[in-house]
Design a protein around this ligand. Structure first.
Ligand code: ZN
Ligand code: ZN
Length: 368
């Protein structure tokens, strides 16, 4: 199959290489590799690579891998697949010679120090200038094209369906871990490749930890319950947090929930092309601070979502990055009280010229 998307991305990346006077580039980060080539294999850790792309500034890019991934690579990518038998470094060495490379770029944020030392050695022998680069492809991935947006919409939709099917059967007395297991089981059955991160189900005081790990505690009808879940569908992630009680909500719960909801809407109202991401964070944070809970909201307001569940842009107090149409971000304010629990609400939006397209159907807050 001849895939224009990947070919266009490679072309755009090659133009970037030429602008930076890099003769060839090694793509080792698995999601960047997939973005440019369509090859979906994952790495089981940074030391267990399932391949890399060799992208010259001009001419054909290659997918380099080993015997284990040969069939998958040939099925999934239009790029020429080259197998290494004596390791990636020795194949690289001959490609660098063959392509008469003078400046060789690599992803410094996804290269082990031990491999870096070998690269330095190789570069010295071949008199090549090594150029460590940061986020070259991540910066391209930050703006989603129409096809990607459609895949993200599907991922969000399926995630919501899974949530609804589990939510309607929840009862006080159930254990966090059983609910998390049900959710992840449903995801698989509904067609997801995997959860996009380990599902969070946190009740009562456990909810005061933003990244709580579901355990054997059973849920009391008075508890504030946080479910943060996402799945991967066709490679694209979803990420959503819902918060509720399984009995009649107490006054305090209702009060906190209203503050978080107001903060979420304030953040959402700020989203628009041209606005710095920190302003969106600020709009939501101010609502929580004014209600007196500022010090109980200790994380950023949101993050980009795409092939990875956490990617650029960061929506934090420090992020000067201006929002652009086609960026997909989460808006997820929260309040975490150590001796009570937590409330977080998270939706995903697409940045547009004049505002935001909300990707979630956003219903669970209505019954408070
Ligand atoms: Zn989340
Ligand atoms: Zn998130």
């Amino acid at each position: 199959m001849y895939d224009m998307n990947h070919l266009n991305r490679i072309k755009a990346f090659q133009a970037k290489l030429r602008r930076k006077q890099i003769d060839a580039f090694l793509v080792s980060q698995p999601f960047n590799r997939r973005y440019l080539s369509g090859y979906t294999a994952k790495d089981h850790g940074i030391a267990e690579s399932s391949g890399a792309l060799f992208v010259p500034a001009r001419g054909d890019a290659l997918l380099l891998t080993d015997f284990r991934y040969q069939t998958q690579a040939q099925q999934e990518t239009d790029l020429r697949v080259k197998l290494y038998k004596r390791g990636l470094l020795s194949l690289l060495s001959s490609l660098i010679k063959q392509h008469e490379v003078n400046v060789f770029g690599f992803e410094s944020h996804y290269t082990l120090h031990s491999i870096g030392l070998k690269l330095i050695n190789l570069a010295e022998k071949q008199k090549v200038v090594l150029k460590p680069c940061l986020n070259m492809i991540e910066q391209m991935r930050i703006i989603k094209d129409q096809d990607e947006l459609e895949l993200i919409r599907k991922s969000v939709r399926l995630n919501e369906q899974v949530f609804s099917s589990v939510f309607k059967n929840l009862k006080a007395g159930m254990r966090e871990i059983d609910i998390a297991a049900k959710i992840e089981n449903q995801m698989r059955i509904a067609g997801a490749e995997a959860p996009s991160f380990e599902t969070i189900v946190a009740a009562g005081k456990n909810g005061a930890m933003p990244h709580a790990c579901p355990g054997p505690d059973s849920i009391d009808s008075k508890d504030s319950v946080t479910i943060d879940m996402g799945l991967i569908l066709n490679g694209y992630c979803s990420d959503m947090t819902r918060n509720f009680t399984l009995g009649k909500p107490a006054v305090r719960y209702r009060e906190l929930h209203r503050v978080v909801r107001k903060a979420q809407l304030a953040g959402l109202a700020k989203v628009k092309a041209g606005i710095p991401a920190c302003d969106v964070d600020k709009a939501a944070r101010e609502v929580i601070s004014e209600a007196g809970y500022g010090k109980y909201f200790g994380h950023s307001l949101g993050h980009g979502v795409g092939l990875e569940v956490h990617e650029e842009p960061r929506v934090s107090p420090k992020s000067r990055q201006k929002l652009k149409p086609g960026m997909v971000i989460t808006i997820e304010p929260g309040i975490y009280l150590p001796d009570w629990g937590g409330i977080r609400l998270e939706n995903m939006v697409v940045v547009t010229e004049d505002g935001a397209e909300l990707l979630n159907t956003d219903t669970t807050w209505l019954d408070i």
